[in-house]
Design a protein around this ligand. Structure first.
Ligand SMILES: Cc1cc2nc3c(=O)[nH]c(=O)nc-3n(C[C@H](O)[C@H](O)[C@H](O)COP(=O)(O)O)c2cc1C
Length: 186
């Protein structure tokens, strides 16, 4: 598949079929992730391929956050469990982390490189007939989420990428033309 076709076909996919993503497919996604540009060849990314127990634990952590907004404790507990079970059922879930540094410039560059790796995962998924969904948010810093991933203290999660076979065709979200954001500087 041409790169430009993969870019145009990529969508955030939220519903997947039950088909498992194979280890070989995940290895291809991650191999391409490591080909992303990265300043000084820092290779700041670390990938955590979550199995069912880890996905469930991550989902429980996310569900607990959502449940905080609910007054009824029983409804909150039910929501937490529902989100946990939903995550366990995902075909594949990859947490992308970076190694922390005190150097502000490097921190920014390493984050950028890791997100380029995430884009490589998303585009490679398209070429394999897979869909992906990038997820971020404060959950990534929650101790329970970090524990679910087994994250060392010197790393932080920058994205979680769900991967699987799309259960349905997802329509493209409308973008404004590039010209709307572009200044040609003489
Ligand atoms: C850095 C980043 C973080 C994102 N975080 C979330 C998220 O936490 N939850 C979510 O539902 N979608 C998340 N998305 C997906 C975007 O919402 C999605 O890309 C956007 O709606 C455009 O849709 P498309 O990807 O199908 O073109 C994230 C995307 C990026 C690039």
């Amino acid at each position: 598949m041409h790169t430009s076709d993969a870019i145009k076909a990529r969508r955030s996919v939220k519903r997947f079929t039950e088909r498992a993503v194979t280890r070989a497919e995940i290895e291809t996604l991650l191999e391409h992730a490591t080909l992303a540009p990265n300043h000084k060849l820092n290779q700041p990314w670390r990938f955590y391929v979550l199995g069912p127990d880890a996905r469930y634990a991550y989902g429980l952590a996310l569900g607990a956050r959502k449940a905080k907004k609910i007054e009824d404790p029983a409804a909150g507990a039910k929501l937490r469990e529902t989100v946990g079970v939903e995550h366990r059922a995902l075909p594949a879930m990859i947490a992308v982390a970076v190694v922390n540094t005190d150097n502000a410039e490097q921190r920014e560059e390493d984050y950028a490189a890791a997100m380029m790796a995430v884009q490589n995962i998303s585009l490679t998924a398209v070429t394999l007939g897979l869909g992906s969904h990038i997820k971020t948010g404060a959950i990534m810093n929650e101790p329970a989420a970090r524990a679910a991933v087994g994250l060392p203290d010197d790393q932080r999660i920058v994205a979680v990428v769900n991967v699987g076979t799309p259960a349905e065709a997802v329509p493209a979200k409308k973008r404004d033309p590039a010209a709307a954001f572009t200044t040609w500087v003489p």
